[in-house]
Design a protein around this ligand. Structure first.
Ligand code: CP
Length: 335
């Protein structure tokens, strides 16, 4: 198992199965704090710099929430225009300076490899919140935590999972990272369902295939959704050269109640990293599924707080000290 303390979290390729298990175990131990049953101020006095150079709702805010739930202080930078990167300062120089102000940094940037480049100048752990179409390791970890929790309801685990990944698999960094993490488990069946032009990169398919898992590549929904999990994704317009090009692929694989009832199993869990594109021309995950108890998308987003709390605790070396720093909750809460 890796020693997390002081380490950057840049790619899921850093992890072996034991390390992933440890992250999920620590995430599980964060539930009472996230549910406001208890407080934990183990990171009181610590500073997170949250650097988001690309739009985000869930990742940025859940990183901040996770850090504050452990008692730390969060400083936010949003958009390259509000940073001296817009004046030509390098990622390396920016990291040298900001790491001097921080105990840990979370970062999202539109360029592949940018967070790793930044980390070379950082004296504190850097956690990748998404680097272009490359990776989104914390999303993959929260996805795995969600799969584990949802499968438990049906007496299953991650080993033996049958999962469909669908949508924009070429540009979707969440499915790249999740596929690599799944390769660590046993007997996984993955159906990659996408328009031919937006299929999963060979390098990612190879990771699964080389680990002995069954991979099916298809552009047809009929007959291919009877799985444990369907993981839908958005057409990543920001990675296309124009909106018109992205428009060519929108609406091809809308998952709605009719499709679910026709092709999925009774217990197929529906996941999506969010945001879902609910515009009529896309509507990749219809709101007519909102009352389906197997729709896990909002549980999935909540789990992001737990996993990010775990990564802060592990990289800052306090994962064994949580209970020593517990306090009661003193305000009204209905969580
Ligand atoms: N899933 C995810 O990364 O969402 P945001 O882009 O809102 O952070």
């Amino acid at each position: 198992m890796m020693n997390f303390q002081g380490e950057h979290i840049l790619s899921v390729s850093q992890f072996d199965r034991e390390s992933v298990s440890r992250i999920l175990q620590v995430a599980q131990s964060m539930i009472p704090y996230a549910a406001r049953q208890k407080r934990c101020n183990v990171l009181e006095g610590a500073i997170l710099n949250n650097l988001f150079f690309e739009p985000s709702t869930r990742t940025r805010i859940s990183f901040g929430t996770a850090f504050q739930l452990l008692g730390g202080f969060v400083h936010e930078t949003v958009g390259q225009e509000s940073s001296s990167l817009s004046k030509g300062e390098s990622l390396y120089d920016t990291a040298k300076v900001i790491s001097g102000y921080s105990d840990v940094i979370a970062m999202r940037h539109p360029a592949m490899g940018s967070v790793a480049e930044f980390s070379q100048g950082s004296s504190v752990p850097v956690i990748n919140g998404g680097d272009g179409a490359n990776e989104h390791p914390t999303q993959a970890l929260l996805d795995l935590f969600t799969i584990q929790a949802e499968m438990e309801r049906y007496g299953k685990g991650i080993d033996g999972l049958n999962i469909v990944l669908m949508g924009d698999l070429k540009h979707g960094r969440t499915v790249h990272s999740l596929s690599k993490l799944l390769s660590l488990y046993k007997d996984i069946t993955v159906t990659m369902l996408a328009p031919k032009e937006l299929q999963m990169p060979d390098s990612v398919v190879d990771v699964l295939a080389n680990a002995g898992h069954k991979v099916t590549i298809t552009d047809t929904m009929a007959g291919n959704l009877a799985s444990d999990v369907v993981y839908q994704t958005r057409i990543q317009q920001e990675r296309f050269s124009s909106k018109e090009e992205a428009d060519m692929y929108r609406g091809h694989f809308s998952l709605n109640k009719t499709v679910y009832e026709q092709y999925c199993k009774d217990h197929t869990v529906i996941m999506h990293p969010l945001p879902r594109d609910s515009r009529p021309e896309a509507n990749e995950l219809d709101t007519d599924l909102n009352d389906n108890t197997n729709l896990a998308i909002f549980r999935q987003a909540q789990n992001g707080v737990l996993v990010r709390m775990a990564l802060f605790a592990l990289t800052l070396g306090v994962d064994e000290k949580l209970t020593q720093y517990e306090k009661p909750v003193t305000w009204f809460t209905n969580k």
